[in-house]
Ligand binder design. Structure first.
Ligand SMILES: C[S@@+](CC[C@H](N)C(=O)[O-])C[C@H]1O[C@@H](n2cnc3c(N)ncnc32)[C@H](O)[C@@H]1O
Length: 269
């Protein structure tokens, strides 16, 4: 969904975000797996104080209330998502819906559980950085980790009559999402890792030496305690990112952009 007409900048941004974030709810597998994670931690949630920074439409906060949380602070910065969450959460008296930026929101009492879904296609290109900069510390974060993993295949094997090898070679240096259908392509090696409390681990470079393939792809794995919760390609909210292999080593890192960290990528000689 794209906005096709010119709008004042802040109105454009707010509606653009609304459209981007409501599309995650098409991914029912993501919601199902998150609910399973919360259910598995029922005893950590029951009677406890929870925070959901970036609550979107409020599904996770509603689930926390149903699992018996004593209080849930559901924090949302986007005015449209906040209004929609207000409607959903009106009947949940344990939920305090807060229209605020999660970077500056400080809960008025100690927090037992923080639940979030701040994962980008490239792991750290959305809002995980917020959790690395909190001025307060929850006892438990759900989920508490994630990886960006990679794999190699051959462009010819993708058998796409439009995105031919000639087209893909033109993409050198660009990481492109949605280029091919990722179905069944395994993630073979680790590229980046994030853990709550430890932040993002970025290696100096990743070596592909000894690995065959001219088409490099990346896929996100949301993890809790090292176990997969959601995976790109399985949960439709995240797709693989693809690029032409131009060398045997690459670097992938992030620099803070206007709104979220921006990914930088380069091949190393
Ligand atoms: C990927 S959605 C997840 C929504 C919800 N947690 C869920 O899992 O269904 C991320 C949400 O975080 C919100 N968000 C992003 N940055 C934020 C910030 N700094 N403060 C508050 N909300 C933020 C977005 O508007 C969006 O609703």
């Amino acid at each position: 969904m794209d906005i096709l007409n010119r709008l004042p900048e802040d109105r454009f941004e707010a509606i653009d975000d609304l459209l981007a974030f409501i599309s995650i709810y098409d991914d029912e597998e993501r919601t199902r797996r998150y609910f399973e994670l919360l259910e598995a931690h029922r005893t950590d949630i029951e009677g406890k104080v929870c925070v959901e920074p970036g609550c979107g439409l409020g599904l996770m906060s509603e689930k926390l209330a149903r699992l018996g949380a004593r209080r849930v602070y559901a924090v949302e910065r986007n005015p449209h998502l906040f209004a929609l969450a207000q409607k959903r959460l009106a009947a949940c008296e344990q939920v305090v819906l807060v229209h605020a930026d999660a970077r500056t929101f400080v809960p008025p009492e100690p927090v037992d559980v923080l639940v979030h879904e701040f994962y980008g296609q490239l792991l750290y290109d959305e809002e995980l950085h917020i959790l690395d900069g909190l001025s307060w510390a929850p006892r438990l974060v759900l989920p508490n980790g994630g990886k960006l993993r990679g794999g190699l295949t051959f462009v010819e094997a993708m058998e796409d009559s439009v995105v031919t090898p000639e087209v893909v070679r033109r993409l050198e240096g660009a990481l492109v999402s949605g280029l091919f259908d990722e179905a069944g392509l395994p993630l073979q090696f680790d590229v980046l890792e994030w853990r709550y409390g430890q932040g993002l681990h970025v290696p100096d470079f990743v070596s592909l030496e000894g690995r065959r393939g001219d088409l490099l792809y990346f896929g996100l794995e949301v993890q809790h305690d090292g176990q997969a919760v959601c995976q790109a390609g399985v949960c439709g909210n995240w797709s693989y990112a693809w690029t032409w292999r131009a060398a045997d080593r690459f670097r992938l890192w992030f620099e803070q952009g206007d709104r979220a960290p921006e990914a930088l990528f380069e091949w190393c000689s």
